[in-house]
Design a protein around this ligand. Structure first.
Ligand code: SF4
Ligand code: SF4
Length: 364
């Protein structure tokens, strides 16, 4: 009698139970509030700095305001140079020290909280986010760049970063100090202000093009061209806090991956190590399943998801608190130790600020 071949046993896929999250998302509201506050701070610094520069441009007429050292946050290259100077000499640089403290602060944030600086504080990141959201409203959606092209474009920011690191890496402590003390180095911040005030046709066209591309492609500038973001992305690889998915709680709906502006496969991975993750929490905001997705430290060993993430998942106010602690901690430390301000005689600024546009890079 012929025997029937054994049929492979079909194991039915068990549908995971959907447990709706107990509390609504508060990350987005908190993050947008922080972004708004930081924009206001930057606008205030910009206005103060403009009035300060105008005073010298008018030969000492008009309202005299103190130079706001915080504008040096817009000088990340000076921050990198000064950090190297500090590491080589153990001395705090005298020119643009605030650039260094802010640079160190933003790097510390990346080491602890992924690239939270980009999506919580950076005004350019905030403006980029506004643009892609505006673009999505106008055009109905944003474009996804084909993967092969996206990888090529993403490498551009590392090329730019590599150039800066190579040049600064080759400089000795004395060369760094000499560079900062050149007329160009002393008023690098004024040159930055003048770039935006006296914007030429070419720069305006390039910025206009970048804005248009940022409306079409999410975070175009940050994703492809920002060397500062590239450096923070590398530092963020060490961050113990990451977006982490609980495979047991997750119902594989895929909403998180669709919402991710960085195009990461959040719904497939158990943790997001990627240098592109900006801790924007868009994925966490759309996930409606309890304990499925969190910005968290590594989980406890426990059988129940709630136990695994107990005291591991960060709440919005904790993220805010860490950012504020690092930021204000460093600013207050620098102020208390008299290392916040660049201290130069008024006569030097009186001489250099009015002719900042004529000052060229010492290497040119
Ligand atoms: S959506 Fe989530 S995974 Fe994507 S960048 Fe934002 S925090 Fe990172
Ligand atoms: S949004 Fe993502 S993490 Fe949340 S349940 Fe859906 S697939 Fe899982």
């Amino acid at each position: 009698m012929a025997t029937q071949p054994a049929q492979p046993m079909q194991i039915p896929k068990t549908k995971k139970a959907f447990i709706r999250r107990f509390t609504p998302d508060r990350f987005q509201r908190t993050r947008h509030t922080v972004q708004g506050l930081f924009l206001v701070v930057n606008a205030w610094l910009g206005l103060q700095f403009y009035l300060w520069a105008r005073y010298f441009e008018r030969g000492g007429f008009g309202p005299s305001v103190a130079r706001p050292a915080g504008v040096e946050g817009w000088l990340p290259i000076a921050g990198l140079m000064n950090t190297k100077y500090l590491l080589l000499t153990g001395r705090v640089p005298q020119i643009h020290p605030a650039a260094m403290f802010l640079f160190i602060g933003f790097m510390l944030m990346s080491l602890l909280l992924k690239k939270a600086f980009c999506s919580w504080l950076c005004p350019v990141g905030t403006f980029s986010e506004f643009l892609w959201k505006l673009g999505r409203r106008i055009f109905g959606r944003n474009l996804r760049v084909p993967r092969w092209f996206d990888i090529g474009l993403r490498s551009l920011k590392y090329v730019l970063l590599g150039l800066f690191v190579a040049v600064i890496g080759a400089m000795s402590a004395a060369a760094l100090e000499d560079f900062m003390a050149t007329p160009y180095g002393l008023v690098a911040d004024v040159k930055m202000l003048n770039f935006f005030r006296d914007i030429g046709i070419t720069a305006a066209v390039v910025i206009g093009l970048l804005m248009l591309l940022s409306m079409l492609v999410q975070n175009f500038w940050c994703r492809y061209l920002c060397p500062y973001g590239a450096l923070m992305g590398l530092a963020s690889l060490l961050s113990p806090v990451k977006i982490r998915r609980d495979q047991d709680a997750c119902i594989d709906c895929g909403k998180c991956a669709k919402a991710c502006p960085a195009g990461l496969a959040v719904d497939k991975l158990v943790q997001i190590r990627s240098v592109e993750c900006t801790a924007c929490m868009e994925c966490v905001a759309v996930c409606s399943t309890q304990d499925a997705l969190q910005f968290a430290l590594p989980p406890h060993r426990a059988s129940a998801p709630a136990e695994r993430w107990r005291r591991r998942a960060l709440r919005p106010l904790v993220v805010c608190g860490v950012i504020a602690y690092i930021f204000f901690g460093l600013v207050l430390f620098a102020r208390a130790t008299n290392h916040w301000q660049t201290i130069l005689p008024q006569s030097v600024y009186m001489q250099l600020v009015p002719r900042a546009n004529q000052l060229t890079h010492p290497g040119m």
